[in-house]
Design a protein around this ligand. Structure first.
Ligand SMILES: Cc1cc2nc3c(=O)[nH]c(=O)nc-3n(C[C@H](O)[C@H](O)[C@H](O)COP(=O)(O)OP(=O)(O)OC[C@H]3O[C@@H](n4cnc5c(N)ncnc54)[C@H](O)[C@@H]3O)c2cc1C
Ligand code: FES
Length: 281
């Protein structure tokens, strides 16, 4: 595959300052960023990601988890797993982060107009889907049913609790949450997120399904949706791969004949089903 030609400044991070830091769970946090270079905000489409640079440590791809209608608040939700994300976890208000982006493909929100919108998230997968949910809520009148299914390992790992409660309180949104393992006090569903699909209440013919979570979860969700009559070209998944340039230059994120950074991260199930479950493609 031919590598893309890009302008040199595409690889230059812009300085952004942390204006808000929220601890979501024991290992996950959300930061709001504002430009510190006097430039404008980063406008984005739901599903896109930025390359975030912890000065002197390294750069990682992180999806934007904020509201696309409010780009002046650049929001990212991050799980601390390794050197770069742990360095960001240790930061606070006023600290600087380098930002490049937005990059990648988006959730197909225009395709959802006039159809049911089904959002299925596993774990931190709710973060890349939150902009799509904000979009759905802002365009509620233009959609059929709006259904959100969310599964986490334990109640402890649940993201955006207050917002989930708020969305659940609306009559025009259906929210179902499940955990793999209950804890004392948990009165909700127990079981993997796929178990919510049969009772979700969407029209399989007129639905657009957005799925994000661990790859195995996405694979099983997509299969379950197809078993329920959803066409593979109406199911969309967000893929994760290691990245370096983020713009189709280095080949690090190659995924079969595509690059996740520029052809993805959002792909239709129809397009990627032969590749799912295969490592290091
Ligand atoms: C398009 C895209 C969007 C992403 N969006 C988000 C996001 O919104 N929020 C977010 O937290 N992450 C997101 N990620 C994943 C994130 O980029 C990685 O977790 C990050 O690069 C890890 O960098 P690190 O240097 O901290 O850890 P590394 O040194 O790269 O990893 C340390 C260890 O953690 C393991 N590891 C790496 N990533 C994960 C993971 N996601 N979960 C569990 N273990 C892992 C590695 O295998 C390794 O053993 C996204 C990735 C892609 C490609
Ligand atoms: S080609 Fe460099 S990260 Fe995708």
């Amino acid at each position: 595959m031919a590598l893309a030609a890009v302008a040199p400044d595409v690889l230059l991070p812009r300085p952004f300052a942390i204006t808000r830091y929220v601890r979501d769970t024991h290992d996950t946090f959300t930061i709001e960023l504002e430009p510190a270079d006097g430039g404008g905000p980063i406008t984005f489409e739901p599903g896109q990601f930025n390359m975030l640079y912890a000065m002197g440590v390294g750069e990682v791809p992180i999806s934007i988890s904020g509201d696309p209608a409010k780009p002046e608040k650049l929001v990212h939700t991050i799980r601390a797993v390794g050197p770069v994300t742990k360095a960001m976890q240790a930061m606070g208000k006023g600290d600087m982060i380098g930002v490049r982006g937005p990059y990648g493909s988006a959730w197909p929100m225009e395709t959802a107009r006039g159809n049911d919108l089904l959002v299925i998230a596993g774990g931190i997968g709710l973060a890349p889907l939150r902009p799509a949910i904000y979009w759905g809520l802002a365009h509620r009148q233009e959609l059929g049913r709006l259904v959100i299914l969310y599964g986490t390992r334990t109640p402890h790992d649940m993201l955006f609790r207050k917002e989930l409660e708020k969305w659940r309180g609306r009559l025009d949104v259906s929210v179902r949450v499940t955990v793999d393992r209950a804890e004392p006090g948990w009165k909700g569903n127990v079981g993997v997120v796929t178990t919510l699909i049969p009772r979700a209440g969407f029209d399989p013919v007129d639905v657009v399904a957005l799925v994000c979570g661990p790859e195995v979860m996405m694979r099983f969700c997509a299969r379950e949706l197809v078993n329920h009559g959803v066409s593979p070209d109406r199911i969309f998944l967000s893929q994760e791969r290691n990245m370096k340039c983020g713009v189709g230059l280095c080949g690090r994120c190659q995924y079969g004949p595509t690059f996740v950074c520029k052809d993805g991260p959002v792909f239709s199930y129809e397009r990627v089903s032969p590749l799912l479950g295969k490592r290091e493609l």
